[in-house]
Design a protein around this ligand. Structure first.
Ligand SMILES: [Zn+2]
Length: 337
């Protein structure tokens, strides 16, 4: 398999060599919450102009996707729930760019007790008393870890550290800073971005999905990445889902029959479930690692993604890579129709 994620420059945004994906670009700094729509090209995938835009952290940029975030949540949950926050340290204000004021972040967190964890799409939600939610979006290279007292010092690019009354420290490390974190009420989060139902815990019915795709001429691959339609799916799991369902990723979203949508939702469930069971996917240089320092093991199970030129495990034809709306798309023309 070709090496993933060798980064280069393409007119500003970073570029994954050989994969045709512009993965960076717009830097946004704001005192208030960003408006809900439209912010990034990925939010509205219709139209060539949008496709040419570069994407930012909400942009379904591949990893980490839902299985990686869910794995992270499960690993940190027992280490943080029930603990009170005693100290907050932020060394890179960019990570808080969606907070009203950077100082708000620390003020809202300090003294709060963590009462639970949740997740919506790729957004990890740490639930606090007083109905506040500490949201962490891992972006492209973010990692959330919990260091025990006496553990080694925080690694480079640790921008946010939150000390708990247990002596443990929650660390948000993100070399590429596409991730972000914010403490907000549910209403404020709703204002922050429009997210569809979670692809794993709250998947739409065939009828609901059919309604959302009705009349849509965008390729189904692009629509699967639209977090406003379905939250949590990124490039890798979209390709794997379409492969498993035997659906050509170029098909217009509105052209899929109810039977095909049924197959698509079943495949999505299976692929995400397998991804979660394996602890997610880790690609070289894309930096997703579990909080326990291990790599996700779904990488070996990828049937189509990253396998350009290899024989399709189902029909034997070569796996092809096309670029659909600026995103690398791996598929088998022999058996995806
Ligand atoms: Zn095939």
């Amino acid at each position: 398999m070709a090496a993933f994620g060798t980064f280069d420059k393409c007119h500003g945004p970073a570029f994954i060599k050989g994969y045709g994906e512009c993965i960076g670009g717009t830097r946004r700094v704001s005192n208030g919450f960003s408006p809900a729509q439209p912010r990034y090209g990925i939010d509205t995938l219709e139209g060539d102009a949008m496709a040419k835009r570069s994407y930012s952290a909400d942009g379904a940029l591949g990893l980490p996707e839902l299985p990686e975030v869910e794995t992270t949540r499960r690993l940190i949950h027992p280490l943080i729930v029930g603990r009170a926050i005693t100290e907050v340290s932020v060394t890179r204000a960019r990570m808080l760019r969606r907070q009203h004021q950077a100082a708000d972040f620390a003020a809202r967190l300090s003294g709060r007790r963590i009462v639970g964890t949740s997740r919506h799409g790729k957004r990890l939600l740490i639930l606090l008393d007083d109905d506040l939610i500490w949201l962490v979006h891992l972006g492209m290279s973010g990692r959330l870890t919990v260091a025990e007292r006496g553990d080694e010092e925080a690694p480079p690019h640790t921008h946010v550290r939150v000390l708990l009354d247990s002596g443990s420290e929650v660390r948000f490390t993100d070399p590429r800073t596409f991730g972000y974190t914010v403490v907000a009420t549910q209403d404020e989060l709703d204002e922050l971005s429009a997210h569809g139902p979670d692809a794993w815990t709250d998947p739409p019915t065939v009828r609901e999905l059919s309604g959302r795709l009705e009349g849509r001429s965008a390729p189904i691959k692009a629509l699967l990445l639209d977090q406003a339609i379905l939250a949590g799916v990124g490039n890798i799991y979209a390709d794997e889902t379409l492969f498993a369902a035997g659906i050509d990723p170029h098909r217009h979203g509105g052209s899929l029959s109810e039977e095909e949508l049924d197959e698509l939702l079943a495949s999505l469930h299976n692929v995400l479930g397998a991804g979660i069971a394996a602890g997610g996917t880790t690609l070289d240089d894309l930096a997703y690692m579990l909080p326990n320092g291990r790599a996700g093991e779904y990488t070996a199970e990828l049937a189509a993604y990253g396998r350009e030129g290899e024989p399709c495990p189902r029909c034997g034809d070569s796996i092809r890579r096309d670029v659909i709306r600026s995103r690398s798309t791996f598929w088998s023309p022999g058996c995806q129709i």
